[in-house]
Design a protein around this ligand. Structure first.
Ligand SMILES: [Zn+2]
Length: 425
């Protein structure tokens, strides 16, 4: 009995010794683990805050939309001012043309009247009727002649009428000259106004580009920062996993079930968030969908310069639903194929935009226009001018965003394909 007791005691002692040795190692590891967990928690919190900031940049579009809409409204009101000034300029220039013609006619008329009067003077002189001839003959030109007639008291009705006509024509010429001067001044003024308005338009375009660029940059920085945080988190999690492995080893060595169970419980394996890029864009299915309106496709712009292609872009961090064609402000946008206009309107992201339904589930989309020439429900044929290039909506400079959607069931529910499968520059 005693022997057995002694044996049991030594087993217990051995167990206690082994356990307490490993407990010391376990305590040091537990401290490291706590520290790591705190670090990870802080990083996760920072990541959470940055994600929230990013979310608010992406989703709290209210302010952005208000700002873009206000800039687009300014664009369109300056555009209207420019149109008004241009048409007034055209009108004034036409008036000036007319004034010049009237002036020439009046000058011609005056010359003839003067010639007639001089002839009349010669005739009278030959007849010896010299009562006022001396005064008239002393006059060197029309002006001095008209001035000197004030001194003539006696004059025949005929001569008096001739003089009055000449005087009237002179008054008319003076009025026309004054009018011409005013019109020239008005044209100069209108041209200056136009210059100011065009500068203003450019200013708004620049402001918009800077605004959108700064938003894009902020989003980009935040995304980069989040990525850094994620890298840090994954490094710390790796370190934590190592500590946890040590803890597990220590616990196993101690053979203490309680400690082992506790260690197993604390074992929270780091799990990645498993985000997927989810790109489900179809690059080329051109052959699969044919518009039912028939007819060919035409390039939608006068220029062929592509500033952005279709599909995934790193800088964008996502997919681009069409192609961007760099084109001059106000240059024409053409319907790429025949069809019926489904949308002709405005949105703060697309700006002034047009969607054409070509039938057979095929749509084409045109964004960021400065002006629209078509309205919803209207039939358009391929190559018809439907809008003017602009920079409205989410745009940093004049360009045409052109997109092609297939598989639409009468709404905006199909999928985007590379427009270069349908049109070529
Ligand atoms: Zn685009």
């Amino acid at each position: 009995m005693k022997r057995l007791h002694t044996r049991l005691l030594s087993v217990v002692m051995a167990f206690v010794m082994a356990f307490s040795f490993n407990l010391t190692a376990l305590a040091a590891d537990e401290n490291d683990k706590e520290e790591k967990e705190q670090q990870i928690e802080a990083l996760e919190q920072e990541k959470e805050e940055q994600n929230q900031a990013l979310d608010s940049m992406h989703t709290d579009k209210a302010n952005t939309e208000v700002e873009i809409e206000s800039l687009d409204n300014q664009l369109s009101s300056v555009q209207t001012e420019i149109d008004t000034t241009n048409s007034e300029l055209e009108k004034t220039e036409a008036e000036l043309e007319q004034t010049k013609k009237d002036l020439e006619a009046a000058q011609e008329k005056e010359k003839k009247q003067y010639e007639t009067l001089k002839l009349r003077i010669k005739v009278m002189y030959k007849k010896g009727d010299t009562g006022y001839l001396e005064i008239l003959l002393a006059a060197e030109d029309i002006t001095s002649l008209l001035n000197s007639t004030e001194y003539i008291s006696k004059i025949s009705d005929y001569d008096s009428n001739l003089l009055q006509s000449l005087r009237d024509t002179r008054t008319q010429i003076e009025a026309l000259e004054k009018q011409q001067e005013e019109e020239v001044a008005r044209i100069t003024q209108l041209k200056e106004e136009l210059e100011t308005q065009e500068t203003e338009l450019q200013g708004i375009l620049d402001e918009k580009a800077a605004y959108i660029q700064s938003l894009n940059t902020t989003i980009e920085y935040t995304e980069e920062y989040i990525q850094e945080l994620e890298e840090n988190i994954s490094m710390e999690q790796q370190a934590l996993a190592e500590i946890e492995a040590e803890i597990r080893a220590a616990a196993a060595a101690a053979a203490a079930e309680a400690a082992a169970a506790a260690a197993a419980q604390e074992e929270a394996a780091a799990s990645g968030d498993g985000e997927s890029s989810g790109s489900s864009y179809v690059e080329d299915v051109s052959g699969a969908y044919k518009p039912s309106y028939g007819g060919g496709w035409v390039w939608p712009s006068d220029t062929t310069y592509l500033t952005d292609t279709f599909g995934y872009q790193d800088w964008r961090g996502g997919n681009h639903n069409g192609i961007d064609i760099g084109a001059g402000y106000g240059s024409p946008i053409y319907a790429a194929a025949s069809g019926t206009v489904w949308i002709a309107g405005y949105s703060s992201s697309a700006g002034n935009w047009v969607v054409i339904d070509h039938g057979g589930g095929v749509l084409s989309v045109y964004m960021h226009a400065s002006a629209l020439y078509v309205s919803s429900g209207q039939y358009v044929s391929a190559g018809q001018s439907i809008a003017a290039v602009g920079s409205t909506g989410w745009s940093t400079g004049p360009h045409l965003h052109f997109g092609v959607m297939v598989g639409s069931s009468g709404g905006y529910d199909g999928y985007w394909v590379d427009p270069l499968g349908y049109v070529s520059p």
